[in-house]
Write a protein that binds this ligand. Structure first.
Ligand code: AMP
Length: 398
């Protein structure tokens, strides 16, 4: 796979795929511009190398139709505030007008295309759409780590129609950290896995069972394990059809001598809502009208002790319903324990980014991935469609 620095860029027109899929509030204002800032090193490098940059991202789910609420306008405006070069917002993604803008683009100028998902061809990986995106483009640079697990036209299609393709600086940095955890973790290697569903986390758990020394489980997914073991978990979220798989995972952990820990106590309530009375329960059965919504203090302490010994930490998924104050302590305390440890710590994007930011510890985590789904899939499969596309399609007709 080529990296940005392998390309001879001067004077070239480069298509830069970024992941600027930011949250917008009701008024269409950007809530958090982390993803925009994360792509600036690559953009600035391209501009310093005197390229013409055509940039594009997806935003939300417009389902193949123009939707003014999901226009790239506010994102382009934020970009203008963050860089000193010229940014032109294109009126569309492909088509004659866009092609003319591409042709007239000057060195060190940025043409920002409209939302890629305004066209069905993006999600369908339509070859014609990919070819239209590649019109007038010399090189493709993918810096959209958070979208590298998608088989979409702007991720896997464009490389077929340009001279060379390379990974941007953000993608390269994400891979450096994830590869460290995958291939050369310092031991003890502790994985913390939480979140709603076991089914989403099975591939990552299977990989971690072969690599890590400790796996600490939290979130609703713990209750599928407990239910599989025959405990009465009250109204806690259980995936009935995944109980067999949960047992297989537990058996594999035993065979591998992996220290696989389930919560020792639980914060329970009758409903997932703020202001409800909560109880700490450290034995089964969980009362029949209640559900486990966070890990309890004994678990925080036990997991904290394992985390303190770790040299490598991989964390994916919250320990409880952290969005609600009453059930947020488990996730916040584990975030503090991870930040306090001397381990190289990697947090796998998604909900946890918000949680560690709220806990005020994000600057003490070694790496916070910009792509939750992509980092999960990379750890599970050790590759991603977007990376394969960069490796396979370098047409040497420069
Ligand atoms: P995931 O996307 O699989 O990482 O799951 C994240 C979601 O799981 C968050 O929105 C949490 O509120 C939710 N969650 C975590 N623990 C629980 C729990 N014990 N019961 C219900 N939902 C939970």
């Amino acid at each position: 796979m080529l990296l940005l620095k392998d390309l001879d860029l001067e004077g070239k027109t480069v298509f830069l795929r970024v992941d600027f899929n930011v949250f917008l509030d009701e008024e269409g204002q950007i809530c958090d511009d982390t993803r925009i800032r994360a792509a600036l090193p690559t953009l600035n490098y391209l501009l310093e190398q005197k390229t013409k940059v055509v940039m594009a991202s997806h935003l939300g789910r417009p389902k193949g139709q123009f939707n003014s609420k999901l226009s790239m306008k506010p994102v382009a405006q934020r970009l203008v505030e963050l860089i000193t070069e010229d940014v032109i917002l294109a009126p569309d993604v492909i088509g004659k007008d866009v092609d003319t803008l591409k042709e007239n683009l000057r060195v060190r100028q940025v043409l920002f295309l409209e939302n890629l998902r305004f066209y069905e061809g993006e999600n369908n990986n339509d070859p014609e759409f990919a070819q239209n995106l590649a019109e007038g483009i010399d090189y493709f640079v993918n810096d959209a780590f958070g979208a590298c697990h998608r088989v979409h036209a702007s991720i896997v299609g464009i490389p077929l129609y340009v001279k060379k393709s390379a990974a941007g600086l953000l993608v390269t940095e994400e891979l450096e950290y994830l590869n460290f955890a995958l291939y050369s973790p310092q031991k003890p290697y502790t994985a913390i896995v939480g979140g709603a569903k076991v089914s989403d986390k099975i591939p990552i758990l299977e990989n971690l069972l072969n690599k890590s020394d400790n796996i600490l489980i939290g979130g609703a997914m713990a209750y599928t394990f407990f239910a599989a073991l025959g405990y009465d978990v009250g109204r806690s979220l259980v995936e009935e059809d995944k109980k067999d798989l949960a047992l297989k995972i537990l058996n594999k952990a035993k065979d591998n001598n992996t220290n696989f820990q389930l919560p020792l106590d639980h914060i329970v309530a009758t409903e997932i809502a703020p202001g409800k009375e909560t109880k700490t329960v450290d034995d089964f059965p969980i009362p029949s009208d209640m559900m486990g919504l966070d890990i309890g203090p004994k678990t925080i302490q036990a997991y904290g002790a394992v985390i303190a010994q770790a040299k490598t930490i991989m964390w994916n998924g919250p320990m409880g319903v952290f969005e609600i104050e009453e059930f947020s302590q488990g996730t916040m305390k584990i975030a503090e324990a991870v930040a306090d440890s001397s381990a190289l710590s990697i947090i796998g994007g998604g909900d946890l980014v918000a949680a560690v930011t709220e806990a005020g510890v994000s600057d003490r985590i070694s790496h916070i991935s910009t792509g939750g789904g992509a980092s999960l899939e990379y750890i599970a499969n050790e590759t991603l469609p977007g990376l394969e596309a960069l490796s396979e399609n370098n047409n040497d007709n420069d």
